[in-house]
Write a protein that binds this ligand. Structure first.
Ligand code: ADP
Ligand code: ADP
Ligand code: MG
Length: 451
């Protein structure tokens, strides 16, 4: 087993990984920026190293400083969490050259799945259905018009290097394309350092359903079932995720699981990863992308499978084989995660920052909390607004929904604005409670078209 692991991340996910390390007897090293000195992840790690000033580029994305921290600490391996360096092949390569292991897939698999165009090629190559669209990136506006005409409107323009819901534009008619093309390109260039755009048919009213996969270095690859993540904000960012997707017919579930394992295996995948699909109203599914890292919403899978994904990731990196086969994986109960963010629902979800003066967290049976925050912690404007993940588990979906409603009623954060009041209304809405929703539900709910 590894003896010391550095966590190249911050916030709740750093806390999650630090705890996993401690449970396995692995020493943990946190990194932090100057403004994150008081974050819980710094307090609960065995060691902590400051990697720079507040901004991400100065600290958590400062490659030289992070690599130096890895060396100074004597860590044998680095867990990247999500975001930051987690899907950057050059980070894994740099670690390798220092003789440090990367808790994640091999570099080749990160590269193969790194951009949406090559990921779709890999999926097509192993016979997995993909969302109809352009063959790779589209060179210019004229070509874009031709491709769109062929596919049929509405279409989406997507940044090839995109992630986190950014760089996606919907085009409903040819006369809109020119302006939106320019916007999408500029946005992609600014956010991802690449202006490359691909075109996809816009699937109307789909469900976002993703499959958790995990593989070891001995060629074993299994899946841990699906997560339903259609409750997304206006910017395609997930808000509420659940496992399982109760209304998914079992034969579709099985086919999606097999497709995910096939795609992952085809690129030599190892460790934890997620294959994302869109499912249309006929329950036909289409490959969307693969995230080559631990996903924000991984806890709901842990709750219904009883598998600790962080433990498994660390064990696989230590060279151990997967301790179970596909037949050993069983799903029991129902789990839902709510992302609690420092965003003000009364101000168009603008970020809210400052001192948390009060923090009264919910509790009770089967209520799990993942957070780096507490009363007295100050939320800085530099980072993602995620404050906490509230995860509830029930015997079935209805039970879990009631538990979520109860827990959100109890949850009080003062000093800053949060999305809790909004989440309370959302989880009480008829469409949400009945499970009748798609990726357009939150936009409709905000527009007053869903109750
Ligand atoms: P998940 O399904 O795990 O939520 P997301 O794609 O929403 O996956 O990304 C999770 C986190 O990683 C978010 O904090 C998001 O802002 C960040 N992220 C994802 N992709 C990128 C990227 N290409 N560049 C920077 N941050 C990213
Ligand atoms: P990201 O890398 O930003 O996570 P994804 O390709 O995973 O981008 O898409 C994020 C979300 O955007 C999806 O969950 C879905 O809601 C929406 N979306 C993406 N592609 C399509 C599509 N072709 N048709 C309809 N909705 C889509
Ligand atoms: Mg995605």
């Amino acid at each position: 087993m590894l003896s010391k692991v550095l966590i190249a991340n911050r916030g709740e996910i750093a806390c999650r990984v630090i705890r996993g390390c401690r449970e396995l007897g692995i020493k943990s090293v946190a990194i932090y920026s100057e403004v994150d000195r008081e974050s819980l992840h710094v307090k609960i790690a065995d060691e902590a190293i400051c990697v720079g000033a507040g901004s991400n580029t100065d600290s958590y994305l400062n490659l030289a400083n992070v690599l130096m921290a890895c060396q100074i600490s004597g860590a044998e391996a680095v867990h990247p969490g999500y975001g930051y360096f987690s899907e950057r092949a050059n980070f894994a390569v740099a670690l390798e050259s220092l003789g440090i292991k990367f808790v994640g897939p091999p570099t080749g698999a990160i590269e193969a799945m790194g951009d949406k165009a090559s990921a779709k090629k890999a999926a097509i190559a192993c016979g997995c259905p993909v969302v109809p669209g352009s063959d790779g990136s589209v060179p210019n506006e004229t070509e874009a018009l031709a491709v769109a005409e062929q596919i049929g409107y509405p279409i989406l323009l997507k940044a090839v290097a995109g992630g986190g819901g950014r760089g996606i534009r919907r085009v409903d008619a040819p006369e809109e394309l020119s302006a939106l093309w320019k916007m999408a390109q500029a946005e992609a260039q600014a956010s991802f350092g690449s202006g490359e755009i691909l075109i996809e048919k816009c699937i109307v009213g789909p469900r976002h359903v993703e499959i958790q996969v995990i593989g070891d270095s001995f060629g074993n690859m299994i899946h841990l079932g699906e997560r339903e993540c259609s409750i997304q904000n206006l910017r395609h960012q997930k808000l509420l995720e659940e496992a399982p997707y109760a209304d998914l017919p079992s034969e579709v579930r099985q086919k999606m699981g097999e497709a995910a394992v096939r795609v992952a295996s085809s690129v030599g995948y190892q460790n934890a990863g997620t294959v994302e699909f869109l499912v249309d109203e006929n329950n036909d599914f289409y490959f969307l992308e693969m995230n080559t890292r631990l996903q924000v919403e991984h806890p709901v899978t842990e709750q219904v499978t009883g598998v600790d994904l962080v433990h498994l990731m660390l064990k696989i990196t230590s060279g151990l084989p997967l301790p179970m086969s596909q037949e050993d994986v069983t799903i029991s109960g129902h789990s839902i995660e709510a992302r609690i963010t420092a965003q003000d629902p009364d101000k168009d979800f603008a970020p809210s920052t400052g001192l948390i003066t009060g923090w009264r967290a919910p509790g009770g049976r089967n209520v799990r909390m993942e957070t780096h925050c507490y009363a007295g912690f100050s939320v800085s404007p530099f980072y993602d607004p995620l404050l906490a993940k509230l995860i509830v588990t029930g015997k079935d979906r209805y039970d879990a929904v009631v538990k979520l409603q109860t827990a959100l009623q109890e949850f009080e954060i003062s000093g800053i604005a949060t999305n809790i009041p909004f989440l309370r209304r959302l989880v009480a809405s008829e469409g949400y409670v009945s499970g009748q929703f798609d990726t357009g539900y939150v936009p409709r709910f905000l527009a007053g078209e869903a109750e």
